[in-house]
Design a protein around this ligand. Structure first.
Ligand SMILES: [Zn+2]
Ligand SMILES: [Zn+2]
Length: 201
């Protein structure tokens, strides 16, 4: 159930991305938000999960990984576009963004952008703010699940790669890993809430 805000204003949509390595807590943040925000806030799902659940082949070959990454990025772009074109949207919150693909791309960053017919500047420019939640460390209670196949070391490595991929974004905030998961959750929630149009908070 989402809350009603009574806001009748026409918003200029703003797009923010919630990212981070596996086991960072993004899903928990988005689930809490989903319960609390008004209809002017669009929360987009993680595209990789949609594709894997839908049967997109999860191959470990270089060409298979490239195909998956291109597909993920293209679907992200379309989902974001649908949300932005919706006349009521004031804020779009993305579970990962197009730059995340670099962390999984087997090859040079330049090839990634070239194959998707885009540039780093264009992709960075989609997002007003990047909120990066660090993957939980072993001490902070990282655990694998049926869809989260990475070991704790792999998760840390992906987290580092995602941090590096977004390093040129002018407005990025990092939520550090913490033994106190609720504290981390609260920090991330506060950062996302601060992006909601004032008229809709
Ligand atoms: Zn609203
Ligand atoms: Zn509003």
């Amino acid at each position: 159930m989402t809350s009603a805000c009574g806001c009748e204003l026409q918003h200029v949509p703003r797009v923010v991305v919630l990212t981070g390595g596996p086991g960072a807590g993004k899903t928990a943040v988005l689930e809490v938000l989903q319960q609390q925000v008004c209809r002017h806030v669009a929360i987009l799902p993680e595209v990789a999960s949609i594709l894997w659940k839908g049967g997109f082949p999860r191959r470990s070959t270089t060409s298979g990984r490239r195909a998956a990454q291109r597909a993920i990025t293209r679907v992200q772009i379309e989902l974001q576009r649908i949300a932005i074109e919706e006349p009521t949207t004031g804020l779009v919150v993305c579970d990962r963004g197009t730059i995340d693909g670099l962390a999984y791309w087997p090859g040079e960053p330049a090839e990634y952008y070239e194959e998707l017919d885009t540039t780093e500047a264009k992709e960075l420019g989609r997002y007003a703010t990047v909120i990066h939640m660090e993957s939980a460390t072993r001490d902070d209670g990282y655990f694998a699940t049926s869809t989260r196949v990475e070991s704790v070391d792999q998760a840390q490595e992906i987290d580092r790669r995602i941090l590096a991929a977004w390093s040129n974004h002018p407005h990025r905030v990092i939520v550090p890993s913490s033994r106190n998961f609720l504290l981390k959750l609260d920090q991330a929630l506060a950062l996302v809430r601060a992006e909601i149009p004032v008229c809709c908070r």
